[in-house]
Design a protein around this ligand. Structure first.
Ligand code: ZN
Ligand code: ZN
Length: 131
């Protein structure tokens, strides 16, 4: 451990690169996907640094965790509004969808006395690249 490990120029470059990759991606990314992208700019980057940097970005509120039905943690910009995800069954990538395909009315009542306040939705299929 150095004296100020989070303020060295190298750490700053790592953090900026990883934040840019996550916020610029077409969908939420796994740590492995972040590593693969970041190594184009930072060939010596290791998985432990990606984990540590993701933790810092979560703590600072810049990114948020997405957990899809596969149970794998993915990360995306914390500034995205209400949206849903599409997982390609061929390549495994996850994409953000524009808009809400469900558009449930607020406080919709369901049979049995249930009042809907929110929803999460993951769609599965084939992405444009895999069709
Ligand atoms: Zn695909
Ligand atoms: Zn929705």
């Amino acid at each position: 451990m150095g004296t100020s490990p989070n303020t060295t120029p190298r750490r700053t470059a790592q953090r900026q690169t990883i934040a840019r990759i996550i916020t610029g991606a077409p969908g939420p990314l796994t740590v492995e996907e972040i590593l693969a992208e970041a190594q184009a700019d930072l060939p010596n980057l290791g998985i432990a640094t990606v984990y540590r940097t993701v933790k810092l970005l979560l703590a600072s509120g810049e990114i948020q965790t997405v957990v899809l039905p596969d149970g794998v943690n993915r990360y995306e910009s914390a500034e995205l509004g209400h949206h849903h995800h599409f997982r390609c069954r061929a390549c495994g990538k996850v994409f953000d969808l524009d808009g809400c395909p469900v558009k449930l009315p607020a406080n919709m009542k369901l049979p049995g006395g249930f009042v809907v306040e929110a929803h999460e939705l993951t769609l599965f299929g084939t992405c444009p690249d895999c069709q």
